[in-house]
Design a protein around this ligand. Structure first.
Ligand SMILES: *Cc1c(COP(=O)(O)O)cnc(C)c1O
Length: 444
């Protein structure tokens, strides 16, 4: 994962950083890469995350003192559900313990279960797939479009079988999947559950992602753009689905105003996945900053792209027609070593970090993860699925484009986009400097 700089460390070094930058500029001509003993482009950290303010502190204290810590006794979680649904343009919202279980809840409420297949992308955080395995369903991977880092939606239809019970696209990095093609592939008969856990406020044709499919799932884990340590939510416009999600997450209690659900269809295997009032109150406070932060990231990311796309060998992730807003949970691009004198990605990342620019290499191929193999060879899966289906799973789930992408990807964390525009100039400067010395760095 991405290196994160502690908030306190950032505050301590922020003012020193400005001075160091100026000093760096004054010594023009000294452009040797930091990895080879030159001066780093940047000293000091990037803005910290999460954003800690007095409004959040007050919100937590208020709940603490009230003694109403549970959603049944208070109003904070339901207030948050109403506010989040309104902000996103959805009819219903069910808050949950986390993003993983919001996906699991949506799938369960749609009746996805043992013997079913669920279509997923391989370029995602592994929770997308663990939520499928929680239902004893079979994940079916559709390869990645390397230009966008998203599921290659043109390939979904070929992966559909009579077992396909849901399509689970992910808006990875807060960029937007090709939703028109996703919805067309399921011909609107196969339910679509959007994993929007990284994509708060991203939009497709002017609508917020997470409101385009049958259900949209969000995470409020601390790294996400709206966060409360842990937390999650499901959005939907379907009253029966909202009721079923609510029931599943609260031991099958019903909720007034959410319609009714068919207990026989959802199978009665729900549990307690309730959010606490502390989280509800904290999320209400954090909601007041998400638009401003989103704009900040968006402006910086667009400016950064203008610079990076001019550097040969750097390919910023592109967007599909229809994408009207990107959330930039990560800033993602491909690094082509052929155009960097054969410099390896690992060395490129090392050189960037030496310049004071933390960067990561992103995900490794999810379809090859041992935990999936372990699930598929478990006694339960062996009983549920025909042997031929499980034996042929590996062959059927090859994702060559994704394998290649996993070797070329580079990420910057969302917090790096929260500072002034000059930070972007420094990122671009570091990349240009590394490219100018790529041959020497490759040999070092
Ligand atoms: C964070 C995340 C999840 C899981 O959310 P948790 O709240 O951590 O359970 C699922 N999918 C994606 C793409 C995520 O980034």
């Amino acid at each position: 994962m991405i290196d994160r700089i502690g908030r306190r460390q950032f505050i301590a070094s922020a003012s020193a950083a400005g001075a160091a930058v100026l000093a760096g500029r004054a010594r023009a001509g000294d452009d040797k890469p930091a990895l080879l003993g030159g001066r780093p482009v940047r000293r000091g950290g990037f803005p910290g995350w999460p954003s800690i303010d007095s409004k959040s502190e007050q919100a937590i204290t208020e709940v603490l003192r009230s003694g109403r810590w549970y959603r049944g006794g208070g109003r904070k979680v339901s207030q948050f559900e109403a506010a989040f649904a309104e902000l996103m343009g959805a009819k219903y919202c069910v808050a949950t313990v986390n993003g993983t279980n919001s996906i699991a809840t949506a799938l369960a409420a749609l009746g996805v279960g043992p013997g079913d297949e669920v279509i997923v992308p391989p370029y995602t955080f592994q929770a997308t797939v663990t939520a499928v395995l929680q239902q004893y369903a079979l994940p079916v991977f559709v390869d990645t479009d390397p230009e966008t880092f998203q599921i290659d939606a043109r390939k979904i239809e070929a992966a559909v079988t009579d077992r396909t019970a849901a399509i689970l696209p992910v808006h990875i990095g807060g960029y937007v999947a090709d939703m028109e093609a996703v919805l067309a592939a399921g011909k609107r008969k196969i339910p679509v559950v959007e994993d929007a856990c990284q994509a708060h406020l991203a939009e497709y044709r002017g609508k917020k992602v997470g409101t385009l499919g049958n259900a949209g799932c969000f995470s409020f884990q601390v790294s996400k753009h709206l966060c409360s340590g842990e937390g999650g939510a499901i959005l939907t416009d379907d009253a029966e689905l909202a009721a079923a999600c609510y029931g599943y997450h609260d031991c099958y209690r019903r909720r007034s105003g959410f319609g009714a659900f068919d207990l026989a269809r959802v199978g009665g295997r729900g549990g307690n996945l309730r959010m606490t009032e502390f989280q509800g109150a904290l999320l209400m406070a954090q909601m007041s900053i998400i638009e401003e932060k989103a704009r900040n990231r968006e402006q910086n990311a667009q400016y950064l792209t203008e610079m990076l796309k001019e550097i040969p060998g750097i390919r910023p992730a592109s967007k599909y027609e229809g994408t009207t807003r990107i959330a930039y949970h990560m800033y993602m691009f491909r690094f082509k070593k052929e155009e960097f004198d054969g410099l390896s990605r690992a060395k490129f990342l090392q050189a960037l970090r030496a310049e004071g620019i933390p960067a990561g290499g992103g995900y490794s191929p999810l379809n090859k993860e041992a935990f999936i193999r372990a699930a598929l060879t478990s006694r339960a899966y062996q009983r549920i699925f025909p042997k031929e289906l499980l034996d042929g799973w590996e062959e059927r789930n090859q994702c060559p484009a994704n394998d290649q992408l996993c070797q070329e990807a580079v990420w910057f964390g969302q917090n790096m986009l929260l500072g002034p525009r000059g930070d972007m100039d420094q990122i671009a400067e570091a990349v240009r400097k590394i490219r100018a010395h790529a041959g020497a760095l490759a040999k070092a």
